[in-house]
Design a protein around this ligand. Structure first.
Ligand SMILES: *[C@@H]1O[C@H](CO)[C@@H](O)[C@H](O)[C@H]1NC(C)=O
Ligand SMILES: *[C@@H]1O[C@H](CO)[C@@H](O)[C@H](O)[C@H]1NC(C)=O
Length: 357
């Protein structure tokens, strides 16, 4: 009789050891990635990761936590001071009056909680520092959040660690900023363009993606740098003599499949290495996840059971409900000068578009 009591306990023990072993052998979801250097892996990055929902400036269908749950491992953020609270730092798209995802510290807290629950994941945060905020100000945003214990500091005299080494050290969040880095005082907020270049980001059709070094403009050779391959589209909205560029949600399925494969092949040839970061809009449309798994030479598993949990963001807009939702808006300033009348038309059109959904 006694044996029968022992068997379940033994089974539980064996199972927990097994799951522990399994768990320890997995890095970013795959054992095959554990011994690879951070720099020898392709990460899917969401462009303006926090720009979600029923908004004129939304670039993603799902909130950040869903993105992370589904395998996104790079986040692109813009820090903006809201007009009514100049001391604050929010995540906004271009301007906080267009899209405001709230205080950046709050978003970092949410990410820290996700990291607590996912101890074997390494992620990257890239700041598009549109308004040239001082590094110290961005660092204060981090200090005010729960994410600091996870922040990785790179020693430039050493090679990059493997994912396993990063996970073992607990330092699993890599941070880059594209302007105003101050590595002397804030070494962990790395100067992106010293280490990572980008391909052009203002693309308007499937044929416009190029494999050239766009930023930093002074960099001549891809050697010694990682790179971001930008692969999202802006459409062109013509209003009289004014052109406004808006993103193309409708074509994301194509943009994130065939067209994505083509640019990857071309950039891999041109630069002699696979992209480290592939930055997309509406990452869940198309095959971006599958393509990144292929690049990493790991089997792709569709996470069918993932629950899409809206966090503190607006409701998720589906394509069926909102067939045309513009996002990033780029206005040709020289055309704007041609007349206040056309400016009014543009403004009206955008307002109408915004309120139409
Ligand atoms: C990168 O990883 C691949 C796949 O494991 C491996 O074949 C290749 O040698 C690695 N490259 C470098 C530079 O470590
Ligand atoms: C902006 O508009 C002007 C005037 O319409 C035009 O000449 C110019 O080529 C445009 N610039 C771009 C970058 O589209």
């Amino acid at each position: 009789m006694k044996y029968f009591n022992v068997i379940p306990a033994l089974l539980t023990l064996v199972l927990s050891i097994l799951s522990l072993v399994k768990c320890q052998n997995v890095c970013n979801g795959y054992s095959g990635l554990c011994d690879r250097s951070y720099t020898n892996i392709t990460y899917l990055v969401t462009h303006d990761s926090y720009a979600v929902g029923r908004n004129i400036a939304a670039t993603q269908n799902f909130p950040i936590i869903d993105q992370l749950n589904q395998g996104v491992r790079g986040l692109k953020f813009s820090a903006v001071a809201p007009i009514l609270d100049r001391a604050a730092v929010h995540l906004c798209h271009t301007s906080c009056s267009i899209l405001d995802a709230g205080p950046a510290s709050g978003v970092l807290d949410t990410i820290a909680e996700w990291l607590d629950e996912h101890p074997r994941e390494v992620i990257t945060i890239m700041w598009n520092n549109l308004y040239n905020m001082k590094a110290g100000r961005l660092a204060n945003v981090y200090s005010a959040s729960k994410i600091m214990p996870y922040i990785y500091t790179h020693d430039s005299s050493k090679p990059w660690p493997t994912l396993n080494e990063m996970i073992d050290s607990g330092k699993r969040v890599v941070n880059f900023v594209d302007s105003q880095a101050d590595e002397k005082n804030i070494p962990w907020l790395m100067d992106q363009f010293q280490l990572v270049f980008e391909t052009p980001y203002e693309n308007t059709d499937q044929n416009s993606f190029k494999c050239t070094i766009d930023r930093p403009s002074t960099l001549k050779s891809p050697d010694g740098h990682m790179y971001v391959m930008n692969h999202f589209l802006y459409g062109t909205l013509k209003l009289g003599n004014i052109e406004a560029q808006v993103p193309q949600r409708d074509s994301a399925t194509v943009t994130n499949s065939k067209s994505l494969r083509e640019q990857i092949a071309e950039c891999t040839r041109t630069f002699g290495k696979k992209p480290n970061f592939i930055e997309v809009d509406f990452y869940d449309d198309g095959d971006a996840m599958e393509i990144v798994s292929e690049l990493n030479e790991v089997p792709w598993v569709k996470l069918a059971g993932v629950i899409e949990t809206p966090i503190s963001t607006p409701p998720v807009a589906t394509k069926a409900q909102f067939p045309w939702i513009p996002t990033h808006i780029v206005i040709n300033n020289s055309a704007l000068k041609e007349g206040i009348q056309t400016l009014k038309i543009l403004y009206l059109s955008l307002v109408i578009a915004a309120f139409n959904f």
